[in-house]
Write a protein that binds this ligand. Sequence first.
Ligand SMILES: [Zn+2]
Ligand SMILES: [Zn+2]
Ligand SMILES: [Zn+2]
Length: 147
Amino acid sequence: MKESIESIKGKLKETGFKITPQRRAILEILLENDDKHLSSEEIYDMVRVSCPEIGLATVYRTIQLLSEVGLLSKLNLDDGCIRYEIRLNKDEKHNHHHLICEKCGKIIETKEDLLDGIEELIHQQYKFNVSDHDIKFFGICEDCQKI
Ligand SMILES: [Zn+2]
Ligand SMILES: [Zn+2]
Ligand SMILES: [Zn+2]
């Protein structure tokens, strides 16, 4: 299900984020690639196609702002670049998990939280309220298992 810029605009307005043409171009790229995990350089390269005058600093700044308002989440694969993905449904307050193939580098997402039981256990044993988690599973994907 793709969400439109228009509905996001409403959400952003509440946070005081102003949509300039350049920011809009960045948002469009993020929405078109909502199943991917792009680095800021990749976002920059894609935005430049429709918005050639944009600078890398503007891209960084916009990414920063979108992260601050909770619309982007960061994914760090410890490979030296931070990836970003748009997070449209803030009601899904917990992060999904990433399955990372060690052979082809593909990133698969689990849509489910899967951790409700563990979160409950943590709460019982440590009186700790879990607000989020950032979990990466490393292994071999289905395609690579066939090779
Ligand atoms: Zn959770
Ligand atoms: Zn693979
Ligand atoms: Zn993801």
